[in-house]
Design a protein around this ligand. Structure first.
Ligand code: DX5
Ligand code: ZN
Length: 224
């Protein structure tokens, strides 16, 4: 799966920018990744609930909301209620992640848990049993266009192994620095869903960029 991040899109034309990646065949995004930042959990401020609600009404592709915010226990279920398909919260910010996953699902969304590059997965394995997606950050959250941190692939390999052996049931997603040069190593490590911001929206034709990323994943013949 490919999930273009609209963090690198033109914020004055977000509806059209989503439409650009909602084409057909291999050029169609599987999810559209929406980065919500609160200026506290990360040193950047982007968009919030009203914008997500408006985008969920016009988007033909499911919205994947990545909440880089403090106190997600309080705010995240609202995103599920307003139409997000998958709502990801940060393990470093959640107070009661098991209850939060239950609340997200009760509000109609899939529940995602994200870990920053320096956060170990081992501490969160029990909690992950309650989640539908694991978002492994491959850059420090906050900004698009940063360089991929290959060391996080150990976490992807661990998660992949636990899923393949039936200990976890979730989708493994990676976010940060994914482009034509890095996507194959992530695919080989066992990623299911690739977030790409600048590699898609910085390209002349975002649809062609999605096709190209998809081709690289398929070519390395890694996990389906
Ligand atoms: C970073 C965001 C990412 C970002 C990725 O904090 O979570 O989703 O948009 O951008 P690229 O693909 O340019 O690294
Ligand atoms: Zn993100």
């Amino acid at each position: 799966m490919i999930a273009p991040s609209i963090l690198s899109a033109d914020f004055a034309r977000l509806g059209e920018e989503i439409e650009v990646v909602s084409g057909t065949g291999d050029a169609r995004a599987d999810w559209v990744h929406v980065d919500v930042m609160d200026g506290h959990f990360v040193p950047n401020l982007t968009i919030g609930l009203p914008v997500v609600e408006s985008l969920s009404r016009v988007s033909r592709v499911p919205l994947d909301c990545h909440l880089m915010i403090d106190d997600p226990d309080r705010w995240a279920p609202d995103y599920a209620e307003r139409g997000a398909y998958n709502v990801t919260v940060h393990a470093e910010a959640a107070h009661d992640p098991v209850m939060l996953a239950k609340n997200l699902r009760a509000a109609g969304a899939q529940a995602g848990l994200s870990v920053k590059p320096g956060t170990s997965l081992e501490d969160h394995l029990e909690v992950l049993k309650h989640y539908d997606t694991l978002l492994v950050m491959s850059v420090e959250p906050g900004f698009g266009g940063q360089s991929f941190i290959p060391e996080v692939l150990d976490k992807v390999r661990l998660a992949r192994r636990l899923v393949d052996t039936g200990h976890l049931r979730l989708l493994v997603e990676i976010d940060g620095g994914i482009n034509d040069d890095t996507i194959e190593q992530a695919a080989e490590a066992g990623v299911d869903c690739f977030v790409a911001g600048s590699a898609v929206y910085g390209a002349e034709d975002p649809g062609v960029a999605i096709e190209r990323l998809r081709r690289r994943v398929n070519r390395c013949g890694a996990h389906p």
